[in-house]
Design a protein around this ligand. Sequence first.
Ligand SMILES: NC(=O)C1=CN([C@@H]2O[C@H](COP(=O)(O)OP(=O)(O)OC[C@H]3O[C@@H](n4cnc5c(N)ncnc54)[C@H](OP(=O)(O)O)[C@@H]3O)[C@@H](O)[C@H]2O)C=CC1
Ligand SMILES: N[C@@H](CC=O)C(=O)O
Length: 811
Amino acid sequence: MTHKKMKVIKFGGISLSNGIGIDNAIAIIKKKIKKGEQIVVVASARGNTTDQLEQLLEKAARGSAYKTALENFKEEQQQPTQNADLSVEFLRLENLLEAVFLLKDCSQKIKDEVLAQGELLAVKMLTSLLESSGITAQAIDARQLLVTDENFGNASPIEALSKEKVLACFNKIDKNVVPVVTGFIAANIKNETTTLGRNGSNYTASLLANYLAAEELQNYTHVNGIYTANPDLVKDAKKIAQLSFAEANEMANFGATILHAKTITPLLEKNINLRILNSFNLEDQGTLITSESNQKGIKSIAVLNQVALINFEGRGLLGKVGVDARIFKALSDQQISVSIISQGSSERGIGLVVDAEKATEAVLALEAAFEMDFYTKDVHRISVIDDVAVVSIIGQDLNNFHHPFNALIKNQIVPLLFNNTITGKNVSLVIKKADLHKAVNVIHGQVFGVAKKVNIAVFGKGLVGGTLINQILENAKAVLDRRKIELKIFAIANSKQVLVNQDGVSKDWAHQLENQETTKLGVETIIQFAKTHHLENLIAVDNTASADFVSNYLPLVSAGFDLVSSNKIANTNSFSFYKTLREALKEHKKEYLYETNVGAGLPLIDTIKLLHESGENITRIRGVFSGSLSYLFNKFSSADIPFSTVLQEAIDLGYTEPDPREDLCGNDVARKLLILARELDLENEFEDIHIENLIPPAFRETSSAKFLSSLADLNAVFTAKKQAQKEDHVLRYIGDLSGDLFQNKGHLDVKLTSVPVSSPLGSLKGSDAIFEIYTESYGEQPIVIQGAGAGAKVTARGVFGDILRLAKNNN
Ligand SMILES: NC(=O)C1=CN([C@@H]2O[C@H](COP(=O)(O)OP(=O)(O)OC[C@H]3O[C@@H](n4cnc5c(N)ncnc54)[C@H](OP(=O)(O)O)[C@@H]3O)[C@@H](O)[C@H]2O)C=CC1
Ligand SMILES: N[C@@H](CC=O)C(=O)O
C-alpha cells in the first residue's frame, strides 16, 4: 500500500452504533472508495460498548450475576449482521469475566484486556459489513502494530518500534484492500494488551496518520465540529470552521476532549490536517484544523468542571524559597497534576486547581509535606473548595478582558481566581459551579459579539405594562438586528398571576397569563425561576402603581436584577428608603432607571441629572408636571364644557393614575416634584411638600367607585374657580421647586394658579407637560422641556428606552 495522499478515517463509538450510525459509516467509506480515495479506517468500540464492558467487569468483580447482561451485550454486538464471526471475542470475554467473578478481583491489566474486546468486535463487524457491500476490507488488531510501555490503562507508545511495525504491516497490504484498525488498544513488549487512555482511539488514528505520512485525518463524530462553547450550555454556540494547531492545542488543554493534546502532537509534527466531521450530517464541512488559522480573535470557551480548588495559605511564606517546588513535589509524588496555579504577590496564598477526585489526596499530601511549617505557623491552612469549575477563554488577551470580566461582575459572578498565559492568549477563571451555566453564556455573549440576551421580568400589565410588553415583542427583532441585543420577557406578573417562560413569552401572553394559577408568591417565584434557569442580564420592570410592590426592590437587586420603573413610589418613599435602595444598588453593582417618573416619555430626569452632575446650579424648576391635569385644565379653561366631562376624557385616554384621585389630590405632581428635588441631592420628605388638594373635602373619604360615579358633583366648584379669574387668564396646576438648592432641603409647592393665556404655561395644549429649568448660567431664560406628559404609549416608550439603556450599559 502506498501512503501518498492517503487519508485516515476514524469513526467514534456513536458513529458506529446500530442503525443509522453504522449505515452512514458504511456509506461514507463506500463513497470514498468510489471516488478512488485511499483510506485507512480506525474504529472505536461501537455505541456505548466500553461503558457496558466496564459495568460487566464491575458486576463480575463484585461477585454479582452478570451472565444475562453478557448475553444481551453479545446480542447487541451481533447486530446488524450474523455474518460477522465474533465468536473469538465473545469466548475471550466469557473466560475473562468468569475469572474475575471467581477471583472477585480485577487488575487494570485485566480491564485493558476486557475493554480491548470492544474495539476488536467493532472492526470485525465493520469489516464484515464492508465485505457484504462489495468492498475488500481487512480487520487489523492494533496490538500487532503499536508497542507501548506497561502503564496499563494509559500506556504510552514506543514510537520507533511502533512506526516500524506499522510501516511493515501496511507495506504488505494491497492498495485495493481497506484496512480497518482497532483504535484505543495496543500491546507492550511482552505482547500483553494495553490501552491508550482517554481519547485512545483518536490517538491511534493520529499515530497512524503520522507514521504513514497521511494527507489528512478525518475524525467522524456525532457533532458538526468544534464549537465556540459547549452547545449543551450555550444555545448560541457557533461552529468554528477553521482552527490552527496552536489554538486546537490550547483547547485540548482546556477540556475539548476531541482535541486531546496527545492526539494533536503527532499531526502537528507532520503538518497533517485534521477534520472533525459529523457522520450523521454529511452535508456539514465540519472543523478543519491546519497549521494556519483564517480568523483572528477569540476562538472558544472551554470548561473543566470535575475540578477542585486547593487554597494553600500561610502567613510566613513571604520570600521563602522553594515553597512552590515543595508543593509540586508533594503532589507529583502522588501523581496529582495541577491544571492551574495562582499565587498572590504577597505569597501568602496559593490557589491550585486539581482533579476533583484527587482533592482530598492532594490536601493530605500537602499537609504531610508541610507538617513542620504548621508547627512554625508559616502555613496555617490548606483547604479545598469543591463545587468549582474552570472556564477558559481561548484566544482572549488581557487587552479586552475587561469586557467579559465586567459582564460577569454585572451578573454577580465573581471569579474565585483567574489566571492567564503569557503567550497563549488564554484567560482561565475559576468560578463556583453553580454559576457555570450563566457564566459561560455571559462570556460567550460578550466575546463572540453574538446577541447578548437580556432577560426582563415585567410586573404590572395594565395600561403601561401591557403596552410595554407589546412594544418589546414587536420591536425585539429590530433591536436584535441593530443592536445585537436579544430582549426576552421571561416573566410577566400582575397582582394575582405569574407567567414564566425561559425562552421569552409570545404574543399570546395575555391569554396565557389569564390561564395561570393564582399565586401570591410572584416575586420570589420569578427570582427563583431566573436562578434555576441561569438567566443573565436581568431587568425587573415595575409598571404597577403599588406601594407594597416597592418592598420587592431590595430582594430583586440582591438577586442580580437591574430595575426600571414607571411607578414613582420607590423614589418618593422616606428618604431613608431612598438612600438604602441606592446603597443596595451600589453594593450589588446594579442600576435603577425611572425616566418616566416625571414627564412620562420626556427626557427630563436625564437632563436634570446631567446639568446637576456637571456642576450647573439649578435654582428653580417650575411647570405643569401632570399630563392629565394639563389636559383637564387646558380643555376646561378654553371651552365651555363641564369639568366632569373633561376629567372622564382624561381617564379614558389613560392620562390619569390608576386611581385618578391621585392626580386630583396633587399627590402625583408632588411625587414628581420630590423626585426632581432628590435628583438635585435635596433630602426633602413627601410631608415637606405644600400641596393644594383639588378634591373638595366632602369627596376625599369616599371610595374610588363612588367618586368616579359622582364626578358631576365637582362641576360647581371648578366652574366657580374658572369664573373668579382675571380676563385672558387660564387655570394651570403647577409644581414649583425653589429655595436655596445648595441647602439639603428645597421649597416644594404644588398648586392651582391662574396664568395669562399668552404666557408659556397659559398656551399649553392637549396633555402636554412643560418644565422650566432655571439655572445660574442660563439666568432669566429657562431651559424648557415640553411635550406629551402622559399616556400609555409614550410612557411605555420611555420605559422601553430605560430598558435599552441598561441593556447597552451592560455591554
Ligand atoms: N399613564 C401614564 O401616563 C403614566 C403612568 N405612569 C405610571 O405607570 C404605572 C402603571 O400605570 P397604569 O398602567 O396606568 O396602571 P394600571 O392600573 O393599568 O396597571 C397596574 C398593573 O399593576 C398590577 N399590580 C398591582 N399591584 C401589583 C403587585 N403587587 N404585583 C404585581 N402586579 C401588580 C396590576 O395588576 P392587577 O390587574 O392584578 O391589579 C396591573 O396589571 C403607575 O405607577 C403610573 O404612575 C408613569 C408615567 C405616566
Ligand atoms: N397621571 C400622570 C401620569 C404620568 O405620570 C399624569 O397625568 O401626569
